[in-house]
Ligand binder design. Structure first.
Ligand code: PLP
Length: 446
């Protein structure tokens, strides 16, 4: 179909997620993507872009993997769908649950499947409450998250999200969810004392769980200060609170480890995952729970667990998950993420030397960010009406790089999350284009 006709139909019939409806009506779809190959996306006019975000932080093994299409086709031909309710089971879900348990930190060995990250966090929160209820502690129902966290858009996950913009649409969806300060900008000690204060104010005996991403992704790739997560773990232990790590972005190789928490030497009680488990080729998510939680549930969760999605443990999705992990292992993609992550960070640091509006730069594996500030010496931010980061994203788009800007709380952050298959030369091209894009916007500002 012709591009213009598609744009017209898009405006008329397609309500896009996390998009401006008014802007869509005014400008039409930003881009109509036609195909993907490796780290590249191509639009219908044959313009080729580096997908520097792995689309939505998820296409870890890169685009156009025939092995994954074949794994899906094979499974679909054999058994496309079958329920896992009422203890019906099938091989791909069993094998993937076992595989994920073998990759997870020690002591987390049981998996509940969902269709995505929001469902995973809702599941984690409900399981945490359930864990306390079956132990006759229903008063332990409060959840504590941190500011700038993103946990998704289902009821509990919207509420746990620490970006108020996400509560504007329909209000906070769930009660008994509170937020402490995150360490970004204020450091570890203040963040920890904020967390302690929220726990104390709410009453530790009423708190079910703490939830946070090991590295806050959508909040702007906020890397935690040294020892922050260990001390969070200690605080949770001190008060007997469960610790949920939202690994929806950081899971499955993104940071050069199977799970982001491994970078910080902490073991959570529950891990939620999605995205990278299938590299986005098909919808899948889930939570992994500790043996301790699993043992309590085995002993005390009587009757039916009234929680399950039609697509929990979808045969085709789990078959693709297995193949995706096999690809990561066979191609050494975790090692590549570590090595290329260093190359990317080196490139960011060089940019900081060359351009006087580059502030903090950071990366853990292939998850990184470049902050833009008016004065790097004092970290003074630009006025938000200047829209510095969105302008850089646009300049990058024109140079064939798809990236993401984060502007919450007046920040100007450019996020990077390229496929784990990226090579050195491709990173250099990405950074050269970033250099030119920042330079162009810098010129406009002066
Ligand atoms: N948690 C984190 C850390 C995420 O980044 C996201 C999505 O970006 C989610 C949860 C929600 O996942 P989904 O969009 O698959 O529901």
């Amino acid at each position: 179909m012709e591009q213009e006709k598609l744009i017209e139909l898009d405006k008329k019939h397609f309500i896009h997620p996390t998009s401006s409806i008014q802007q869509q009506q005014k400008d039409g779809a930003k881009m109509i993507v036609e195909k993907g190959d490796g780290i590249y996306l191509t639009d219908r006019n044959d313009n080729v872009y580096i997908d520097a975000m792995s689309s939505l932080w998820n296409v870890n093994v890169g685009h156009g993997r025939e092995e994954l299409a074949e794994a899906a086709a094979e499974q679909m031909k054999k058994l496309a769908f079958s329920s896992t309710f009422s203890t019906f089971s099938h091989e791909p879900a069993i094998l993937l649950a076992e595989k994920i348990s073998s990759l997870a930190p020690e002591g987390l060995n049981a998996v509940f499947f969902t269709s995505g990250g929001s469902e995973s966090n809702d599941t984690a929160i409900k399981l945490a409450r359930h864990y306390w209820r079956v132990q006759d502690k229903p008063e332990r129902r409060k959840i504590i998250g941190i500011n700038r966290a993103y946990h998704g858009v289902a009821a509990a996950s919207t509420s746990a999200t620490g970006i108020p913009e996400f509560w504007n649409m329909a209000g906070k969806m769930m009660t008994d969810i509170y937020h402490a300060d995150n360490p970004y900008g204020i450091g570890k000690d203040k963040a920890l004392s904020s967390l302690r204060s929220v726990i104390e104010t709410e009453g530790p005996e009423t708190v079910a769980a703490f939830i946070a991403e090991p590295i806050q992704g959508a909040g702007g790739v906020l890397v935690p200060p040294e020892n922050y997560l260990q001390e969070v773990r200690n605080l949770c232990d001190e008060y007997g609170i469960l610790y949920i790590a939202d690994e929806v972005i950081t899971g499955f190789g993104r940071t050069g480890k199977w799970f982001g928490v491994e970078n910080y030497g902490v073991t959570p009680d529950i891990i939620s995952f999605a995205k990278g488990v299938t590299s986005g080729y098909i919808q899948l998510g889930g939570v992994i729970v500790s043996d301790q939680i699993h043992d309590v549930l085995k002993e005390k969760s009587a009757g039916t667990l009234f929680h399950g999605y039609t697509y929990s443990g979808h045969p085709t999705a789990t078959a693709v998950g297995l193949k995706n992990i096999e690809i990561m292992e066979n191609e050494g993609l975790l090692e590549n993420a570590q090595k290329m992550g260093e190359v990317m960070l080196k490139g960011f640091k060089k940019l900081k030397e060359e351009l006087d509006i580059v502030g903090d730069v950071r990366a853990v594996g292939l998850l990184g960010a470049v902050e833009l500030v008016e004065d790097p010496a004092t970290n003074k931010r630009f006025a938000s009406d200047l829209q510095v980061a969105p302008k850089v994203i646009e300049a990058l788009h024109q140079r064939g790089v798809i990236c993401r800007a984060v502007t919450y709380e007046g920040t100007d952050i450019i996020c990077f999350c390229p496929p784990l298959i990226i090579n050195e030369q491709q990173i250099e091209t990405m950074i050269e284009r970033l250099h030119d894009a920042i330079k162009e916007v810098r010129k406009e500002l002066s």
